[in-house]
Design a protein around this ligand. Structure first.
Ligand code: NDP
Length: 285
């Protein structure tokens, strides 16, 4: 990874590596461990935390709210997501209020439409713009939008104020490299990679068994998981949000920012897990 931050189209600086939180906060008995994991990350310098109203029905946001207590809010970059069915005039304002309450904060750095639903894009954009004006959110973006959805979004009034697109991206799922990633780059919109660790290899079993991944890990004295992170962060327009409920893993993931894959190593990974040569539709989980 070359730069720790990326400039968004509205001028804001966004960290390129953060913490995901899906499934965190859902099990009471893991509360202390998960809070400690998030705090260890913040203590080490992680500023970006990604969540959603969907995660544990607000429990992930609440866990973050407890974990960030006592830290300087202005140093953090908090991201949450609104359900598509809440992303219209009738419900979004209540949703954001609940999210802010859960997080114990008075603004979000970034608010995302979790995926595309039945509410017209024009309406969601209008609401997002209003939330920016009210100071409830500093910026907004989308998630699970493919290239056609992005084109459509940019054609509605103020649609070009969208600052990121959060989509699934890992070494074993590289469909976005065909047209979405270049398109986003051209429009100065970073791609926020979710499942960058392929859910610890669960989404693609052969990743962690790969001799190429293992060899590169050995050369750098890092773990195969860190190789996966270094792979997505090799692309300058990518932000990654690996999730862990364990402090030790959070710190390992954070250290992946220092890894510089050589062009040769990147080429070996590319050969072992080639990107598709034609359009494939977005992977989702
Ligand atoms: P990840 O690819 O981040 O993988 C998470 C898994 O990896 C967990 O099982 C975790 O276990 C394990 N892990 C993490 N770090 C390490 C490590 N260093 N060594 C070994 N194992 C490790 O999957 P997610 O699905 O969580 O994706 C990341 C984030 O992206 C989510 O948490 C969420 O914030 C976001 N997301 C967004 C979606 C969207 O639709 N917009 C969809 C899916 C995810 P352990 O806790 O034991 O470390």
């Amino acid at each position: 990874m070359n730069k720790n931050e990326i400039k968004l189209s509205n001028g804001m600086e966004m960290p390129r590596l953060g913490m995901g939180t899906w499934f965190l906060g859902e099990k009471k008995q893991k509360d202390d461990q998960e809070t400690a994991a998030l705090r260890a990350g913040i203590d080490a310098g992680i500023r970006l935390i990604d969540t959603a109203e969907m995660y544990g029905d607000g429990k992930s946001e609440q866990l973050i709210g407890r974990a960030i207590k006592g830290y300087d809010r202005s140093r953090l970059f908090l991201v949450s997501k609104v359900y598509p069915h809440n992303a219209g005039r009738r419900k979004i304002f209540k949703s954001v209020q609940q999210t802010l309450k859960n997080l114990q904060t008075d603004y979000l750095d970034l608010y995302l439409l979790h995926w595309r639903g039945a509410v017209p894009l024009e309406e969601t954009v209008e609401c997002m713009e209003q939330l920016v004006k009210e100071g409830k959110i500093r910026s907004w973006g989308v998630s699970n939008f493919d290239t056609d959805d992005m084109r459509e979004l940019l054609s509605v009034p103020n649609g070009d104020h969208c600052v990121v697109d959060q989509v699934l991206y890992h070494l074993g799922s590289r469909g976005v490299e065909y047209d979405l990633l270049p398109w986003l780059e051209e429009h100065q919109i970073p791609l926020m990679a979710y499942c960058p660790l392929a859910q610890a290899g669960d989404l693609q079993k052969d990743l962690l068994k790969s001799s190429t991944v293992k060899e590169i890990a050995k050369i750098h004295n890092i773990t195969p998981m860190q190789v996966l992170l270094a792979f997505v962060l090799y692309q300058p327009n990518v932000i990654a949000i690996p999730r862990s409920g364990k402090a030790e893993h959070v710190l390992q993931n954070w250290n992946a920012r220092k890894i510089r894959l050589t062009d040769v190593e990147y080429g070996l990974l590319d050969k072992a897990f080639p990107a598709p040569k034609q359009k494939t539709y977005l992977d989702i989980v």
